[in-house]
Design a protein around this ligand. Structure first.
Ligand code: GLU
Length: 445
């Protein structure tokens, strides 16, 4: 079978799933040679098996708003691959959520989790629920209704969900409370829990911290550090917040954040007060960054635009899939940006990625760079199993070590003949091999 024949088959089997097909194409294209040259993989038909989720659960989520009106949303859990551990991955609440997006995320998660070196399979779930303008009571009822169905399919040794876009500490709390009531047991069935009831220290910051540890490693290969570097972030959620903290701590300057309404440019950079305000913005549930410019004079709001036209040293898309397209990539290149690091899942379109790699700049894919979040979830699972909790320093040190190892694995599998490190290829091959070997070992199941 040629790569084209393979893609045609996957496309025919999964029509109307553009995000899923985009993720499959990117991974399989880069692992194709490693696959073809391994007779054991071919004999076990690993490729066709690895792109098929082991199980997909779709369910009705009915709930009542504060006025007594009844609504229905759709809930999902895609249990993608359990070759190296229980299904693991977040829950996303966003109106854009559909099966294609959750399959792409579950597929990516499988390789990301493999890269962490921790025993976690891949999964993802969510709902098209729109939390904007919803009261705390409405959010609680929605989470409870969602869990009233999901609890049948998850468990500490089976499937361990966590947060993602639209799902943070509050939602995890409501999920966990409902799970505990229905299952009648207190287990580590979710990660991102509150720190007084089994959550790991550093988990909220971990994705952003991990991204910046990865950027540090990339810059190190060029003999550089983050000190005095201007950094453009998109998004203003949990990942951007953690990254902003770490960049600032390391002497770099965050000059942009963004939301669906536009972006903020702040030449002065972010300090502790501005970083804290990011948290307030997120908690406000209004999906708007304009408020930032109203609060901090000197910060300029650019309505309806993305931050990629700014001249910076490092660009970090940290919002959502396909948020940075080929024109954004060209704008970044016109300004000579030497380093782009994906912090969201698949934020760059394939055409944008091509621009970066052709220009031979430092470019890291999300599945490597943002793996620190789920890695710390893995550390939370370990602490729960041992019934003890580690200090922030201990967790942070382990997280840092994991990010260094992921970088090393990318360099080992992704260095091309001319010495250029193709981090996309490196991450895909390193993540894929482990899962493929495990699938072969476990037979045709
Ligand atoms: N949603 C995060 C991710 O994309 C974290 C998942 C987890 O901690 O399980 O990796």
């Amino acid at each position: 079978m040629t790569f084209k024949e393979f893609m045609d088959k996957v496309t025919a089997k999964n029509p109307n799933e553009p995000e899923f097909l985009q993720a499959v194409k990117e991974v399989i294209e880069t692992v194709w040679d490693a696959y073809e040259s391994n007779p054991r993989f071919v004999k076990n038909n690993i490729l066709e098996r690895i792109v098929e989720p082991e199980r997909t659960i779709i369910f009705r989520v009915p709930w009542m708003d504060d006025k007594g009106e009844v609504h229905v949303n759709r809930g999902y859990r895609v249990q993608f691959n359990s070759a190296i551990g229980p299904y693991k991955g977040g829950i996303r609440f966003h109106p854009s959520v559909n099966l294609s997006i959750l399959k792409f995320l579950g597929f990516e998660q499988t390789f990301k989790n493999s890269l962490t070196t921790l025993p976690m399979g891949g999964g993802k779930g969510g709902s098209d629920f729109d939390a904007r303008g919803r009261s705390d009571a409405e959010i609680m009822r929605f989470c409870q209704s969602f869990m009233a169905e999901l609890y049948r399919y998850i468990g500490a040794n089976l499937d361990v969900p966590a947060g993602d876009i639209g799902v943070g500490a509050r939602e995890i709390g409501y999920f966990f409370g409902m799970y505990k009531k229905l299952a009648n047991e207190f287990t580590g069935v979710m990660t991102g829990k509150g720190r007084t009831w089994g959550g790991s220290l550093i988990r909220p910051e971990a994705t952003g911290f991990g991204v910046i540890y990865f950027v540090q490693e990339m810059l190190k290969t060029k003999g550089q550090t983050l000190k005095d570097k201007r950094v453009a972030l998109s998004g203003f959620g949990n990942v951007a917040w953690g990254a902003a903290q770490k960049v600032t701590e390391l002497g770099g300057k965050i000059v942009t954040i963004s939301g669906p309404d536009g972006y903020i440019y702040d030449a002065a950079g972010f300090d502790a007060e501005k970083i804290e305000y990011m948290r307030e913005l997120r908690a406000s549930n209004n999906d708007r960054v304009k408020d930032f410019a109203d609060k901090f004079p000197g910060a300029v709001f650019h309505a309806g635009k993305r931050p990629w036209g700014e001249k910076v040293d490092v660009a970090i898309p940290a919002a959502t899939q396909n948020e940075l397209d080929v024109n954004d990539a060209k704008a970044l290149m016109a300004n000579g940006v030497p380093c782009v690091c994906e912090a969201a899942n698949m934020p760059c379109t394939p055409e944008a990625m091509e621009v970066f790699m052709k220009a031979r700049i430092l470019f890291a894919p999300g599945k490597a760079a943002n793996a620190g979040g789920v890695a710390t979830s893995g550390l939370e699972m370990t602490q729960n199993s041992m019934r003890l909790s580690w200090s922030s320093e201990e967790v942070d040190e382990k997280l840092h070590g994991i990010m260094r190892n992921i970088h090393e694995a990318c360099v080992a599998s992704g260095t091309e003949k001319d010495g250029y490190v193709n981090y996309v290829k490196g991450a895909n091959i390193a993540g894929f091999l482990k899962v493929a070997e495990a699938m072969c070992d476990q037979g045709i199941v």
